[in-house]
Design a binder for this molecule. Structure first.
Ligand code: ZN
Length: 310
C-alpha cells in the first residue's frame, strides 16, 4: 500500500516537526522466540529497557487519559505517551505485566476475545507453525515437500496475505485442512497461546486496562455491516465482563479500517480506536484513527532516537 509506505517515509520528519506530540506505542508479544516471522516479539529484558527509556523522556499515561488530553491540549511538562498491546498473548500477562508493575507504567491490552482460553494458536501463528515446521509440506501449498527455510518464510507471507481477508470461519476451515495434510498438531504450545480466562480476569488492575480487538480478529472492511457490528460490539461486552467495568478503547485488527469500520466503532461507543499508521498523534487527530509507533526490538537508546525522529 503506497499510502502506508509514504506514511512510513514521512514518520521521522513529523516527529521532528511535532517533538511534543503524544505518542502511542504498539506491542504484540514480550518473549524470546526461536522464530518470529511476523516480527511481533521483543525480548523481556529489551522491553524493560524500552519502558525505562520511555519514562525518562515522556509522561506515560493510560490511553484514556492521553485521548482525553488530546481534546484540551495544554503543554505538559513532558510530552505524553501511552503503551498498548494487541491480541492478548499469554506472554504479555507473564512477561510484560511484571515489568509494567515494577516500573509503574500504565498500559492497555487489546483482547481478541474469542481466543481467550483457546488451545489453538492465533491463525497466523498456526500457519507459521505448519509452514515453517512441518517436515513435509503438502502438495496443496508446495510442489517441493521440503523447501529451504527462506522459501518457507516467503510461503508464510504469501499464504497470510491470501487468508487474512477471508471470514474467520473460512480461515479456520482452511487451517484445519492444512494442519491435517501436514500432520501438524492443532494444539498450540502453551507459551504461544492467548491468555486464559483466569489471566484475563486478573489483567485489569488499575495499572493495566483492557481494550477490545474484536471477537475473531477479522479484517473489518471485508465484513458485512452486521458481522462488523457483532465483532466489535460482542468483543466489547466480553471485555467489560472481564474488566468488571466499561471498556472504552478499541484496536483495528491488522490495523485495517475504512469509513464503515470507524462508523461501527463510534456506534459501539468507543472513545478511541488505534490503527497501525506509524505516526505521532498530531494536533487535531481523530481519536478513532489513532496512529501508533512500533518500538520493535530497539534498545533503550534506539527507542529514544526513534521518538526524536532519528
Ligand atoms: Zn491484532
Amino acid at each position: 500500500m503506497a499510502g502506508r509506505r509514504l506514511a512510513r517515509f514521512f514518520a521521522p520528519f513529523e516527529r521532528r516537526l511535532w517533538p511534543n506530540a503524544p505518542v502511542v506505542l504498539m506491542y504484540h508479544r514480550v518473549a524470546l522466540l526461536p522464530h518470529d516471522p511476523w516480527n511481533l516479539a521483543v525480548e523481556p529484558w529489551t522491553f524493560a529497557e524500552q519502558i525505562e527509556a520511555l519514562k525518562s523522556v515522556r509522561e506515560v499515561v493510560p490511553l484514556g487519559e492521553l485521548v482525553a488530553r488530546m481534546k484540551r491540549p495544554k503543554s505538559p511538562q513532558r510530552p505524553l505517551a501511552a503503551v498498548t498491546f494487541d491480541d492478548g498473548y499469554q506472554d504479555v500477562f507473564m512477561s510484560a505485566r511484571p515489568v509494567l508493575h515494577r516500573q509503574d507504567c500504565p498500559a492497555t491490552v487489546f483482547l481478541t476475545t474469542a481466543m481467550i482460553g483457546s488451545e489453538r494458536n492465533f491463525w497466523w501463528d498456526e500457519l507459521a507453525r505448519i509452514v515453517l515446521g512441518a517436515p513435509r509440506l503438502p502438495p496443496s501449498i508446495s510442489q517441493d515437500p521440503d523447501p529451504e527455510p527462506q522459501a518457507r518464510k516467503r510461503m508464510c507471507f504469501r499464504l497470510r496475505r491470501k487468508l487474512r481477508h477471508l471470514a474467520p470461519a473460512e480461515i479456520a476451515r482452511r487451517l484445519d485442512v492444512l494442519s491435517g495434510e501436514a500432520g501438524v498438531d492443532r494444539i498450540a504450545p502453551e507459551k504461544d497461546r492467548a491468555m486464559t480466562a483466569e489471566q484475563v480476569g486478573r489483567l485489569s488492575d488499575g495499572l493495566v486496562t483492557i481494550g477490545a480487538h474484536t471477537l475473531n480478529h477479522p479484517s473489518l472492511p471485508h465484513l458485512s455491516p452486521i458481522e462488523r457490528q457483532a465483532e466489535i460490539g460482542q468483543s466489547r461486552r466480553a471485555c467489560e465482563a472481564y474488566a468488571g467495568g466499561p471498556v472504552e478503547h478499541f484496536a483495528y485488527p491488522f490495523g485495517y479500517f475504512d469509513g464503515a469500520s470507524v462508523h461501527a466503532v463510534r456506534r459501539a461507543g468507543f472513545a478511541s480506536a488505534s490503527t497501525t499508521a506509524p505516526s505521532v498523534v498530531r494536533p487535531g487527530a481523530d481519536p478513532l484513527r489513532l496512529p501508533r509507533l512500533a518500538p520493535g526490538r530497539r534498545d533503550g537508546e534506539a527507542l529514544l532516537k526513534m521518538l526524536a525522529g532519528g
